[in-house]
Ligand binder design. Structure first.
Ligand code: FAD
Length: 437
C-alpha cells in the first residue's frame, strides 16, 4: 500500500493504522466491516484519481465514509424486503449532501455537476448500486428548473425541505401511450376560470419513488397539440404535492432495484394550485430540457459506480477462488474480460467527467452528456455480466451480490433515454445524418 493510500485511509476514513496493516496482510477489508470505494485490485479497484479536483476528492472521501455504514448486506436486505432506504436518504440529508448542487441561500452547497457525479458514482460504487443512487437521484438535480426559473417564494417553499430531507420528490414525465416521444404526451391541465388552480387529468408510468414521495415534478399539456406551432410548445411544468386522494399510485413489479419503487399514476380532476406552476404556462418543455444533460451525466456516473463495484467483486473472487489447483483469475479467459472491463469503465469515466466539466463550464450541447450515458451504461452492464460469470454458480446466489448488480445494470441502459435514442441524437446532431425518427 502506498503512503498516500495509507494516509487517506487513516485521515479520511478514520481507520486506525494498525487495522490497515492487518488488512494489508489478509487482504480482507470485509473483516473490518468497512468499505472504501476505490483502492487496489484485490480490495478495491485502482483508479488513479490524480485527475480529480480537490473538491471532487473531498466529496468522494466524505461520501465513502457515509456509505461505509451501509454495506452490501444492508442493500440486499432492503431489496428482499422491498424497503425504501429512508435512513440512508436521511443520513445524506443530515450531512448536507442532498443540496450539493442547490444554491447556498437555501441550504445547498452550490457545487457543480462534476462534484455531484462523483457523489453519485461513489454511492453506487459502495455496493448500493442503482437502489442507493435512485433513492436520492431526484433530489440532486431534479429541481434545477425551480432553481433556474422558480420564483423566490417557490424556491424557499420547495428547496429548503428537499435539501433538509424533510420532503422527497419524484419526477413524472413518461406516459404509457407515448414513451420516449415525450412531446406527444397526453396528460392535460386546464386552468380554472378563477385562475387560481389547474385541473390535471391523465396518466404516467415508471414514476420512481412515488410510493414515498411527498412532491412531484410533473409535465403535462396545457395547450392541445393541434393549437401549437411546434409540439415542444404547450407543455407546462408543475411542482406540487403528490395528492394521494386524487392520484392513484400503483407499484410496478420489476426486475431489480426492488428497494426503490416504480409506479403507474392515474389522475382525474386533480386540483393543483396555480402557485405550483414553474415558469410560464406552455414553456414547460424548455424548462425541463435545461436539466436533461445533467441528468444523463449523473445516471452515467451511477452506472460507472455499479460497474466498478461489480468488477471489484469479480477481481476479489477470481483471486480467492481456486479450482484445478490454482486461482481462477490465473486463467486468461477469466482475467482478460475483467481487464477489458476495467479499461472500458475507465474510458467511460473519462467521458463522464469530461461531459461534467463541460456542463459546469456552461456548454449546452448534448453530445458528450449523451455519449457518457451510453458508454458508462454499456461498460457497467458488461462488467456486471462478467462479474456474474466470474463467480460461476455463486454469481447466481444473492449472497454474492453481483446478480443484484446485473439486474440493476439494465436501468441506466433504458432510462432516462434509451441507447437507440442516443444513437439517433449523435447520428443527426453530430454526424449530420437525416433524422431517423
Ligand atoms: C426502473 C425505471 C425507472 C424509471 N423512472 C422514471 C421516472 O422516475 N420518471 C419518468 O418519467 N420515467 C421513468 N422511467 C421511464 C424511462 O425513462 C423510460 O422507460 C424510457 O425513457 C424509455 O421509454 P419507454 O419505456 O416508453 O420506451 P419506448 O418509447 O416504448 O421504446 C421502446 C424501445 O423502442 C426503441 N425505440 C422507440 N422509438 C425508436 C426510434 N425512433 N428509433 C430507435 N429506437 C426506438 C427505444 O429505444 C426502446 O428500446 C423509468 C424507467 C425504468 C425502467
Amino acid at each position: 500500500m502506498t503512503p498516500l493510500a495509507r494516509s487517506f485511509m487513516v485521515k479520511a476514513l478514520g481507520i486506525p493504522s494498525r487495522q490497515i496493516c492487518r488488512s494489508q496482510r489478509n487482504t480482507n477489508y470485509r473483516s473490518l466491516g468497512l468499505r472504501h470505494a476505490h483502492g487496489h485490485a484485490t480490495e478495491y479497484l485502482q483508479n488513479n484519481d490524480l485527475d480529480l479536483t480537490d473538491s471532487q476528492r473531498t466529496v468522494r472521501e466524505a461520501i465513502s465514509k457515509i456509505c461505509a455504514n451501509y454495506p452490501d448486506d444492508y442493500w440486499l436486505k432492503l431489496e428482499e424486503n422491498k424497503t425504501f432506504p429512508a435512513d440512508f436518504h436521511q443520513a445524506l440529508a443530515t450531512a448536507g449532501w442532498l443540496g450539493i448542487c442547490m444554491p447556498q441561500e437555501y441550504g445547498g452547497s452550490e457545487l457543480g455537476i462534476a462534484e455531484a457525479a462523483i457523489m453519485m458514482q461513489t454511492i453506487a460504487e459502495s455496493g448500493g448500486g442503482m437502489a442507493a443512487a435512485s433513492s436520492v437521484h431526484m433530489n440532486i438535480f431534479g429541481l434545477e428548473p425551480v432553481v433556474k426559473f422558480g420564483k423566490e417564494g417557490q424556491k424557499r417553499r420547495w428547496l429548503e425541505p428537499l435539501i433538509q430531507g424533510k420532503e422527497r420528490a419524484c419526477f413524472g414525465v413518461t406516459e404509457p401511450n407515448t414513451g420516449l416521444n415525450t412531446l406527444q404526451l397526453q396528460s392535460q391541465a386546464h386552468k380554472s376560470e378563477s385562475g387560481d388552480h389547474y385541473v390535471l387529468s391523465g396518466q404516467k408510468i415508471w414514476i420512481s419513488t412515488a410510493q414515498h414521495a411527498h412532491k412531484i415534478l410533473i409535465l403535462v399539456r396545457t395547450t392541445p397539440l393541434d393549437s401549437v406551432q411546434k409540439p415542444s410548445q404547450g407543455l407546462s411544468l408543475f411542482y406540487t404535492d403528490l395528492d394521494r386522494s386524487a392520484v392513484e399510485i400503483t407499484e410496478i413489479p420489476k426486475m431489480g432495484r426492488a428497494a426503490v419503487d416504480t409506479n403507474t399514476l392515474f389522475f382525474d380532476n386533480w386540483r393543483v394550485s396555480a402557485e405550483d406552476l414553474i415558469g410560464a404556462e406552455n414553456d414547460g418543455f424548455k424548462l425541463i430540457l435545461h436539466g436533461m444533460n445533467a441528468e444523463r451525466i449523473l445516471i452515467a456516473a451511477e452506472a460507472l459506480g455499479l460497474g466498478y463495484a461489480a468488477l471489484r467483486k469479480a477481481a476479489i473472487y477470481a483471486k480467492d477462488r481456486h479450482v484445478f489447483g490454482r486461482a481462477i483469475g490465473q486463467n486468461q479467459a477469466i482475467q482478460h474480460p475483467l481487464s477489458v472491463s476495467w479499461m472500458e469503465l475507465e474510458a467511460a469515466r473519462m467521458m463522464v467527467y469530461h461531459a461534467a466539466k463541460m456542463y459546469d463550464c456552461g456548454y449546452g450541447g448534448g453530445e458528450y452528456a449523451n455519449s457518457a450515458k451510453y458508454l458508462a451504461a454499456e461498460a457497467a452492464f458488461r462488467a456486471c455480466e462478467r462479474a456474474v460469470m466470474t463467480h460461476g454458480g455463486m454469481g447466481y446466489a444473492k449472497e454474492y451480490h453481483v446478480e443484484r448488480y446485473l439486474r440493476e445494470a439494465f436501468i441506466p441502459r433504458i432510462a432516462p433515454v434509451s441507447r437507440e435514442m442516443i444513437c439517433n441524437y449523435i447520428g443527426e446532431r453530430v454526424l449530420g445524418l437525416p433524422k431517423s425518427y
